[in-house]
Design a protein around this ligand. Structure first.
Ligand SMILES: [Zn+2]
Length: 150
């Protein structure tokens, strides 16, 4: 006897909604800071192009470059915040966050195939604004890849 089918998702919809909105609202702030920074440096970009894999946060069309601003928890960064897990439903979160990482990797591979350069900014890297600025310049001002149309 007993359960024959293990439930995949141990959270009630309400629990999940609460957990996710908590995580997501934390993730939007770093994105705003990066936008402001990049804009202040004189670069112009478009937001969230739906037609590109992974729906990148900032898109630099003529440079063929994109930036993702990733929350450390949500996207599984190898840092303290990224290794943290909620105390309950650990298996659920491990699986979910592993899937997120796999999806990120797939999207980046697809973008590369399409001739786009992708740059990931992690939430924990935003504090050091000077270092981040330098990395942004290095990324955005490096020559775009040659795209062969043969
Ligand atoms: Zn991090």
């Amino acid at each position: 006897m007993g359960e024959t089918k293990r439930r995949i998702d141990p959270l009630t919809p309400e629990q999940r909604r609460r957990t996710m909105s908590r995580v997501r609202s934390k993730d939007t702030k770093p994105e705003m800071r990066v936008r402001r920074l990049v804009h202040g440096m004189g670069y112009r970009y478009r937001l969230h192009r739906k037609d590109l894999p992974g729906n990148p946060d900032l898109v630099f069309v003529s440079r063929r470059k994109v930036i993702f601003v990733h929350g450390c928890f949500w996207h599984g960064h190898d840092c303290r915040a990224g290794r943290k897990r909620p105390k309950t439903h650990q298996e659920y979160w491990d699986r979910k966050l592993r899937r997120n990482r796999e999806r990120d990797a797939e999207n980046q591979a697809k973008l590369r195939e399409m001739g786009w350069d992708a740059f990931i900014i992690w939430e924990c890297e935003i504090k050091d604004e000077e270092a981040l600025k330098q990395r942004l310049v290095d990324f955005l001002d490096s020559p775009a890849k040659e795209i062969s149309h043969e």
